[in-house]
Design a protein around this ligand. Structure first.
Ligand code: PHE
Length: 349
């Protein structure tokens, strides 16, 4: 009886030592069989109670030997299998094959222009602010001194959300980034120095020169004793950074409901050096933005003391500047996202 049990263990040791699993799956079966939680050695160990006392120690050692043999074999087989996997991979690897070309994306000309503008203002302490594209009537119009019966509302053909009529409480697609001014003034006490890039919408006929969606960058600066001269210098700095050190600016009186006085700013044409070309329509000047001193009504409506604080604001379109910078002749190209168009801006970061 005892001798049979000893033989069983010896047979198992032989089986373990000669095991030759062909793949990882068979190796795992080997592990489960001899070293898993329900391995075949366990019941044999249980048989120790049928062994005469004098031989119990010898039997225990033999079973232990079987376990060690299984562990050593597992180690050895694992190393072998790993080695052969690497060998297989190496024969399939063709080091002389040409590499897969990396296709790099490119910055969209609108994003590139916008980043450049934002960067110029960030360097003098403006911080980026954002607001929603779906806006309410108050932030887009009322807070900006544009009450319901104000004729200026006719200046901008607005997309209203389904179910809304023009008027208080209406939800709409913002017609300008000036709505971010109202949001910031409401939420942040002065001093305020923000730059707000974003997409805006107007119900306009789509053509080579205008689109129903476009982008603007808005600026707002509010503090004590901010003057019109501060605005001029800030915008002059911007114009030179954007269009070159020799750029001149020209402010023409204009009208916006939310600024007083208001102006439009032209820069000297950087394409022809102000000598006259078809971009500046032979005037030497290109209009790029609207600006002005924030109307005290706007400050008060947004909860800012207009006796203590003054400020200036400006807003500029991105597409027209991008079209001039990159010589793009049709605004619609910017929204079609044809890769043949987009990949031309590979060098633009
Ligand atoms: N919001 C104006 C527009 O869309 C631009 C502007 C912004 C003018 C800020 C003055 C001050 O045309």
């Amino acid at each position: 009886m005892a001798e049979q049990l000893f033989d069983k263990v010896r047979a198992m040791i032989t089986a373990i030592q000669s095991a030759a699993p062909a793949n990882a799956e068979e190796l795992e079966q080997f592990r489960i069989r001899y070293l898993g939680s329900k391995n075949e050695l366990k019941p044999l160990m249980g048989e120790i109670r049928n062994i005469v006392n004098e031989r119990k120690k010898e039997f225990g050692q033999l079973v232990n030997e079987a376990k060690q043999a299984a562990e050593a074999k597992l180690e050895e087989l694992r190393a072998q299998l790993d080695g052969s996997a690497v060998a297989v991979a190496a024969t399939e690897l063709d080091l002389s094959a040409p590499g897969e070309p990396l296709v790099l994306g490119s910055r969209h000309p609108i994003a590139a222009t916008m980043n450049r503008i934002v960067g110029i203002f960030e360097r003098i302490g403006f911080v980026v602010a954002e607001g929603p594209e779906i806006e309410d009537d108050w932030h887009n119009f009322t807070a900006l001194n544009t009450p319901e019966d104000h004729p200026a509302r006719d200046m901008q053909d607005t997309y209203y959300l389904k179910g809304y009529e023009p008027g208080a409480g209406a939800q709409l697609l913002r017609t300008h980034t000036s709505s971010v001014q109202a949001r910031t003034m409401k939420s942040t006490p002065p001093p305020i120095r923000i730059i707000a890039p974003g997409r805006v919408y107007r119900n306009e006929t789509i053509s080579a020169r205008s689109h129903a969606q476009f982008h603007q960058v808005e600026g707002l600066y509010i503090d004590e004793k901010v003057s019109f001269a501060d605005m001029q210098q800030t915008l002059f700095y911007f114009a030179r950074e954007m269009y070159g050190a020799n750029t001149r600016i020209r402010l023409r009186p204009s009208y916006f409901p939310f600024t007083e006085p208001s102006a439009e700013m032209d820069v000297s044409c950087f394409i022809c050096n102000a000598e006259g070309c078809n971009i500046c329509k032979y005037t030497g000047w290109v209009e790029i933005l609207g600006c002005g001193m924030v109307d005290p009504n706007v400050l008060e409506e947004c909860g800012i003391d207009s006796e203590k604080y003054t400020g200036f604001a400006f807003g500029m379109g991105i597409e027209r500047q991008a079209m001039m910078l990159y010589n793009i002749t049709d605004i619609r190209l910017m929204f079609e996202n044809d890769v043949r168009f987009l990949k031309q801006f590979n060098s633009v970061i």
